[in-house]
Write a new protein. Structure first.
Length: 173
């Protein structure tokens, strides 16, 4: 079991690190575009985001890695890795959505697209938390803040989109 845990933790850690790197490379919170956007009064300070995301990414790598190890072990016992493969696909999908949000928001400069993207990410995060919880209630509870944060990010993304929505005929400055 120890080799499966190590393999699973290395797998999910590498996937999460790649997601974090892609998100960081796409983000520009000090850029003119972001500075010029209207944001709700309850928008967290920029300094909060790296702290929250580092914590959540660490949590995500650990909880999904340990869950994947459990599913691989169960697959060895049953002769089928179908559940492990589904779980890994759900994890990869979630991380692709996660990393892609920064591109939609900061690089494409499309608040409406980013809001919709965040909604899909939040649904995926809730599903991933459900999948982890099904294998380990404790780990599911530990992953729940990730789902909560992505839901909050969806509400925030929608607020930014609405605050910066142009009416027909209005041109960007």
């Amino acid at each position: 079991m120890a080799h499966l845990k190590l393999k699973a933790l290395l797998t999910t850690s590498a996937l999460v690190a790649a997601t974090a790197a892609a998100g960081t490379a796409s983000s520009d919170p000090r850029g003119e575009y972001y500075k010029d956007l209207k944001k709700p009064d309850w928008n967290p300070p920029n300094e909060v985001f790296p702290i929250v995301w580092t914590t959540l990414y660490t949590d995500l790598a650990a909880t999904t890695g340990l869950t994947l190890a459990d599913l691989w072990q169960a697959g060895e016992l049953t002769g089928s890795n179908k559940e492990a493969n589904r779980f890994l696909a759900a994890t990869v999908t979630n991380l692709a959505l996660n990393g892609g949000w920064s591109w939609a928001f900061f690089r494409a400069k499309q608040p409406m697209l980013a809001a919709a993207w965040a909604g899909v990410l939040a649904a995926s995060s809730a599903d991933l938390t459900r999948r982890v919880f099904k294998v380990s209630r404790g780990r599911g509870a530990v992953l729940a803040p990730y789902a909560a944060w992505t839901a909050f990010a969806t509400v925030l993304s929608c607020a930014v989109w609405k605050l910066n929505e142009r009416t027909p005929g209005q041109h960007a400055s």
